[in-house]
Design a protein around this ligand. Structure first.
Ligand SMILES: [Zn+2]
Length: 144
């Protein structure tokens, strides 16, 4: 039996069905041909957020942040570093709460940065406050 997974393209946001054993190899989107994993966080907005949360079989870690937030900017390199290490097991994404106020309201984001982990369309864990790469990776893996 070969399991397959839905991986949502970080570029065109189309769902791609991928045999589980090919996940590590990544591959390219069947629609736009972009790599399915780039080792960097995906910028999400109200238009593409639900594709990634609702369609993907890969757990999604979202950094709710804003450009005016010093701790958010300070954490950005750690988050990018974590993306390189956690893909393709997890997809990492960023939501700019200044631009995407509806998403911030929908998830009740009261302080930033807030990290939220989604699995199968549901939020399964949340952590507020900035963190470093090692702590972030440890926290995400502990939720798996
Ligand atoms: Zn694509």
């Amino acid at each position: 039996m070969s399991d397959s997974l839905i991986v949502v393209c970080p570029h065109c946001h189309a769902p791609n069905r991928l045999p589980a054993e090919r996940l590590a190899a990544g591959g390219n989107c069947g629609k736009c041909k972009a790599p399915l994993f780039r080792g960097e966080p995906v910028e999400l907005d109200a238009a593409n957020f639900d594709s990634h949360v609702g369609r993907s079989d890969i757990p999604l870690l979202v950094d709710f942040w804003a450009p005016w937030c010093g701790p958010c900017r300070a954490m950005a390199p750690a988050f990018a570093q974590a993306a390189r290490q956690l893909e393709p097991e997890f997809r990492l994404a960023k939501v700019n709460t200044e631009q995407e106020q509806q998403l911030a309201a929908r998830f009740g984001i009261r302080s930033i940065p807030t990290l939220a982990l989604f699995r199968n369309g549901r939020e399964v864990a949340r952590q507020a406050g900035a963190t470093d790469t090692a702590s972030l990776i440890r926290w995400v893996r502990a939720q798996a």
